[in-house]
Design a protein around this ligand. Structure first.
Ligand code: TYD
Length: 208
C-alpha cells in the first residue's frame, strides 16, 4: 500500500464498463465508512481537463504519437502533484479511471512507441507513483467499441481503427502478465453486479 492511503486504478479497452464499476465501488467503499475520492485521466485537474480537450479533439488529426504521449504524461504530472498525492497523504482511498497503464497500452503498444519509452516518460511525470491495485476489465475490443458507438459520439482515440483497438487490448494482456501482483483481471462480459462482486472481494483482501 502507499504510505497512508490506497491508490486504486480501473483499466480496460474503450467500452469495457470501467466508469460504471468505479461508481459502484465508490458507493460500497463509502458505505463502509472509507474516505473516497474519485477521479479520471486524462483530466482530474483544471489543467488536465484542458489537455484532455486537446488530445481527444477529433480535429487534431495531425497529432504526432509522441506529442500525444507527452500530453497524457503532462496531464498526469499535474494530477499526481495537485490531487492524487495530497489525497493519499490524507489517508484517502483514491479511485482513478485510467492511469499509467492506459499510456502503456495505447501509446506504448498500439501507437508503437514502446513500453520502455512510455514507462520512462511517465517515471518523470509521476515521480514513480504506482497504484496499489489495478483492475483490468477484460473486454473484447470489438464488443467494447460497439457499445461505445451505441452510447455516444466517438472521440479521437475511439475513432481509431479496429486494428489499433486490438493492439490496445494486446497491450493490456502484456501488462497483466508483466505485473501479476498489481493487476487483477476481471472478465468484462458478465453482469455488472457479478463484475462488481469480483472487484469488491479482491479489494477487501487488500484494504481490510
Ligand atoms: P476515457 O476518459 O476513459 O474515455 P471515455 O470516458 O470516453 O470512455 O479515455 C479517453 C481516451 O484516452 C480513451 O480512448 C483512452 C485514451 N487514453 C490514452 O490513450 N492514454 C492514456 O494515458 C489515457 C489516460 C487515456
Amino acid at each position: 500500500m502507499n504510505k497512508t492511503g490506497c491508490f486504486i486504478t480501473m483499466e480496460g479497452p474503450d467500452g469495457s464498463g470501467k466508469t460504471t464499476q468505479i461508481q459502484l465501488l465508490e458507493q460500497v467503499l463509502k458505505n463502509q465508512g472509507y474516505q473516497v475520492w474519485v477521479t479520471r485521466e486524462p483530466g482530474g485537474t483544471s489543467i488536465g481537463e484542458q489537455i484532455r480537450k486537446i488530445i481527444l479533439d477529433v480535429e487534431n488529426e495531425e497529432m504526432d504519437p509522441m506529442t500525444e504521449a507527452i500530453l497524457y504524461a503532462a496531464a498526469r504530472a499535474q494530477h499526481v502533484k495537485q490531487l492524487i498525492e495530497p489525497a493519499l497523504d490524507k489517508g484517502m482511498i483514491v479511485l482513478c479511471d485510467r492511469f499509467l497503464d492506459s499510456s502503456v497500452a495505447y501509446q506504448g503498444v498500439a501507437r508503437g512507441l514502446g513500453i520502455d519509452t512510455i514507462e520512462g516518460i511517465n517515471q518523470y511525470a509521476t515521480g514513480g507513483l504506482v497504484p496499489d491495485i489495478t483492475f483490468f476489465i477484460d473486454m473484447d475490443p470489438v464488443i467494447g467499441l460497439k457499445r461505445k458507438k451505441d452510447q455516444a459520439e466517438l472521440d479521437r482515440l475511439e475513432q481509431e481503427t479496429l486494428y489499433f483497438h486490438k493492439k490496445v487490448y494486446e497491450g493490456y494482456l502484456a501488462l497483466w502478465k508483466r505485473h501479476p501482483g498489481r493487476i487483477y483481471r476481471v472478465f468484462g462480459q458478465d453482469t455488472v453486479e457479478n463484475i462488481h462482486q469480483q472487484i469488491w472481494s479482491k479489494l477487501k483482501e487488500k484494504i481490510e
